[in-house]
Design a binder for this molecule. Structure first.
Ligand SMILES: Nc1ncnc2c1ncn2[C@@H]1O[C@H](COP(=O)(O)OP(=O)(O)OP(=O)(O)O)[C@@H](O)[C@H]1O
Length: 404
């Protein structure tokens, strides 16, 4: 039950912004009317809202007060804006402002709403091949890197798909179609606590997939999807600033960060666009197979065994790491890596060129970040050769001039 909602203890000084369905938010005059919750993360709640001035449907990411002041997400999304004539591959920012609640000042990002890729992949009869979808994701990463942004957290929950006809949604149609959300009333155990510091109820997130299924039943079969990279909360501009702590989920986290954290848990050390390439490889494997490349049957923890598993996949271990692990580096050979990859052979015939995909992933999963291919080089890998993507209408442009 608890996992279906953000934790109520997140409301308090420096915490989340208390939001209710129907609230009108925005810079003067407020223009975004909250219709439903879309989700929540470690630092924010995200809401579907109607822009009553622009007659648009938008997503509002409302960041907890303690993380709002230092948040660079709006600036980074601003740098990744696509020109109007180009299909974007990164979530598009429409507006940014702050709201003040009893818990502090909250950054609000107004973006397009999307369906999570994992939910999209569950729709029956989708028209686009997984390989074409993967190419869009790689192209999105190449675009970010060309703009000097390292993402630092690529994982399946950070990839979305543009919604069909989002501006035609209205709050009334929404609730008529799928019913009202479940809510849990909140009452502070301390009766003296300011009741304005928490919402009167915690609201269940909207089942966007179910809504799209009903609203546009032929969405998956009608047109190829347009992928979007989201959650730039851990991203940074590599030329302008030192890397923030790496926010990548453990199973997607690159080995250089893991090694650094094994030395000092509080410090993820330097990471950059080459680190993204490692996470991207793990993400591509998961998009293709639905399985996790480095998750053992017991999951994974930040420990020596996990680092050894990554070294096994890449067939090498730096001497300094071997010394720390008290093992010999010479046992990490390409033959050992061959065994790892043999265990991951893709037998699912619906995945095009499974062998070609694994070869590409091996190219990307190299321990030394400097030897990993760039995202542009990944796009030119034979695995993506001859890919027709008529619905998206974008072609690979090595210089990415179409974005500038
Ligand atoms: N534009 C959007 N459209 C639809 N849903 C969204 C959108 N942005 C975010 N979400 C939903 O809200 C959730 C939280 O968003 P996000 O990951 O950006 O928050 P966060 O606090 O930065 O999370 P994290 O814990 O990953 O750092 C997402 O997992 C997703 O379910």
């Amino acid at each position: 039950m608890e996992e279906c909602y953000e934790n109520s203890s997140c409301y308090g000084p420096g915490g989340l912004c208390p939001v209710r369905v129907g609230d009108l938010l925005g810079p003067d005059p407020p223009r975004y009317r909250v219709a439903a919750k879309l989700g929540w993360g470690s630092y924010a709640t995200v809401w579907l809202a109607r822009d009553i001035v622009g007659s648009k449907t938008v997503a509002l990411k409302i960041v907890e007060a303690a993380s709002s002041q230092g948040s660079t997400e709006a600036a980074i999304l601003g740098r990744l804006r696509a020109p109007p004539s180009v299909e974007p591959l990164v979530l598009q920012l429409f507006d940014a402002f702050t709201v003040t609640s009893p818990n502090g000042v909250h950054q609000v990002l107004v973006t397009e709403p999307v369906m999570l890729l994992q939910d999209y992949l569950s729709l029956p009869g989708r028209r686009m091949t997984t390989r074409a979808l993967m190419r869009q994701v790689v192209e999105g990463v190449a675009f970010m890197h060309a703009r000097g942004i390292a993402h630092g957290g690529e994982s399946p929950t950070n990839i979305g798909v543009a919604l069909p006809e989002p501006d035609a949604f209205s709050e009334i149609k929404l609730w008529k179609r799928i019913g009202a959300p479940d809510v849990i009333p909140l009452l502070a155990s301390d009766p003296t606590r300011d009741p304005a510091s928490f919402p009167p109820y915690i609201c269940e997130a909207l089942d966007l997939t179910e809504f799209v299924r009903q609203w546009v039943p032929d969405f998956a079969t009608r047109s190829p999807p347009r992928a979007r990279i989201l959650d730039l909360g851990s991203a940074y501009a590599v030329d302008d600033s030192p890397p923030p702590p790496c926010g990548c989920p453990l199973l997607f986290r690159p080995p250089e960060v893991i090694f650094q954290q094994l030395l000092d848990r509080a410090n993820s050390g330097p990471w950059d666009c080459r680190s993204d390439i490692w996470s991207l490889a793990c993400l591509l494997y998961e998009i293709a197979t639905g399985g996790c490349l480095f998750g053992g049957s017991m999951g994974a923890s930040l420990n020596d065994s996990h680092l050894k598993r990554l070294a096994r996949a890449s067939g090498s271990l730096p001497d300094a790491w071997a010394k720390h692990l008290s093992i010999s580096a010479t046992q990490y050979t390409s033959e050992l890596a061959d065994e790892f990859w043999k265990e991951r052979e893709i037998s699912d015939k619906t995945i095009e060129d499974g062998l070609g995909l694994l070869q590409l992933l091996r190219r990307m999963l190299v321990i030394d970040p400097a030897r990993r291919p760039t995202a542009e080089e990944v796009l030119r890998d034979p695995y993506f050769d001859g890919l027709q993507d008529p619905g998206v209408g974008v072609e690979l442009d090595p210089a990415f001039t179409r974005y500038s």
